[in-house]
Ligand binder design. Structure first.
Ligand code: HAM
Length: 451
């Protein structure tokens, strides 16, 4: 018989994996909510044209696209940004500005599956619409840093590397590069780190740059990496470039105020960050592990023209996408990923010969009070039931007897409480009132009556 396996680049999530995913999602949701972001979703299948219009060649090549039974060209969503841009544009006049929306969609890209890159992933998307100021940029960057911190990561583990496309364009103009050369230079910068220096130089020369221009550009990239934004100042004395540099410095100062600690260890200005997607217009950033061993953890930027292009509404926007794949690897590597699935609070066991109806009644009462409870579905010796309790990871077991009951700590086997029927009924009644747990009621000092 054929053995079925998931498609290459797709994942199963058995409970221990699902527990990791649940931890990631819960942390994302908690921090996004702290910044006032509200959750939304959209369709997983969209018209193909939503992506061919503005996303850029790389993502379009990776689309899971097909013709549906009605003859429509459709694609499984490879990213959320076009969907959210369309949704916000459609409701624009009714929304309070700035709009702060987040989502955790599953996305599909036909990529070469490799470490950190699969053919499906979940991606936190946080996007802020309707404000083009450094204050809006700072909100989004501070959110990124707070998500990192919420996972227990520090500035020694990760780095936010950022740049600004308008700033970069001004720098390239100041270095003497004509506009038509800019796309080729972006492509080289984007891959600079992963490409042998000679290949990058050759590509720049092919794009029309002289040897002196190539040297000057690569020297500036290197100097910025060590000196930060200060390295750019001599080239940007006035005009758009000077304004963008001032805005970037202001953004970083605002982030520092929001995160309540020095921003410098977290953030680095880096001219090799240009981002592959075609719609970015201003600030662009990516999060990397500090060792530079893994693929990008997250990436985003400002896209002030996309709502116009997809929905006919002039509204600036900034946001990011943060995948679960590299993040999960990083958290595991750093020992920051909680292990194990949710355990049971109680196992209810029946002493030999006890009527199963009594077990079910107690189990039902505990479950209605919110306890996580299991019991043996078939009659078994008490010893077997307690072995099953240990295997299930139950912390406590309640053993019901013909008269009364006792509670034990499953790991140690120690008896923590002994009750007569009246005391057990009283404890269940107290539990039903709320505000306590059965474990609290069964603490030796709290257990009401000793049989
Ligand atoms: P992106 O850089 O294509 O941006 O993806 C963002 C993040 O999604 C990456 O940094 C990575 O964590 C994750 N990711 C992307 N592709 C894969 C893959 N094949 N397997 C695993 N993880 C992956 C965007 O998608 C933009 N739409 C983000 C954005 C939102 N910009 C503004 N708002």
């Amino acid at each position: 018989m054929a053995q079925f396996r998931p498609l290459h680049g797709f994942r199963d999530f058995p409970p221990e994996r699902f527990a990791e995913r649940a931890h990631v999602f819960a942390t994302w949701r908690r921090v996004a909510a702290r910044y006032g972001f509200q959750e939304y979703d959209g369709p997983p299948l969209e018209p193909l044209e939503l992506y061919t219009r503005k996303s850029g060649a790389e993502i379009v090549e990776q689309l899971y696209a097909f013709v549906d039974k009605g003859g429509r060209d459709v694609a499984m969503r490879p990213e959320m940004t076009p969907t959210v841009a369309r949704m916000v544009a459609e409701k624009a006049s009714a929304l309070r500005l700035p709009v702060r929306w987040f989502s955790i969609p599953q996305l599909f890209r036909y990529e070469r599956a490799q470490r950190g890159r699969l053919r499906e992933h979940f991606q936190l998307n946080c996007d802020l619409f309707g404000d083009a100021s450094p204050a809006a940029d700072a909100e989004v960057l501070a959110l990124v840093i707070d998500v990192l911190r919420a996972f227990g990561l520090t500035s020694a583990d990760v780095r936010v590397r950022l740049s600004d496309r308008r700033l970069l364009n001004a720098l390239l103009a100041a270095l003497g590069h004509p506009d038509e050369r800019i796309p080729a230079i972006y492509a080289v910068l984007d891959k600079l780190e992963r490409t042998p220096a000679e290949v990058s130089r050759e590509k720049l020369r092919e794009a029309g740059a002289s040897d002196a221009e190539v040297d000057a550009l690569l020297a500036l990239v290197a100097r910025t990496a060590t000196e930060g934004a200060a390295a750019l100042r001599p080239l940007l004395a006035e005009g758009e470039g000077a304004e963008r540099l001032a805005a970037l410095e202001q953004t970083l100062a605002l982030v520092q105020a929001l995160i309540g600690t020095d921003v410098a260890p977290w953030v680095r200005v880096d001219l090799t960050i240009v981002r592959g997607l075609a719609y970015y217009t201003g600030l662009v950033f990516e999060v990397f592990d500090a060792q530079g061993e893994l693929r990008a953890v997250a990436g985003g930027g400002r896209y002030d023209n996309l709502l116009q292009a997809l929905g006919g509404v002039d509204m600036p926007a900034i946001g990011f996408g943060w995948g679960d794949v590299v993040l999960t690897e990083l958290l595991r590597d750093r020992g920051l990923m909680p292990t194990g699935v949710a355990t049971l609070d109680w196992w209810v066991a029946a002493d030999d010969d006890l009527a199963p109806a009594r077990v079910r009644a107690v189990v039902g009462a505990l479950r209605r009070a919110g306890e996580r409870v299991e019991y043996a579905l078939r009659a078994q010796k008490t010893k077997k039931q307690l072995e099953a309790a240990a295997k299930a990871g139950a912390r406590h077991a309640l053993v019901l007897r013909a008269a009364g009951a006792y509670a034990i700590d499953v790991a140690s086997g120690e008896r923590v409480a002994t009750l007569d029927d009246a005391a057990l009924d009283a404890a269940l009644a107290r539990l039903a009132e709320g505000g306590t747990t059965f474990t609290t009621l069964m603490r030796p000092e709290a257990a009401t009556t000793n049989a």
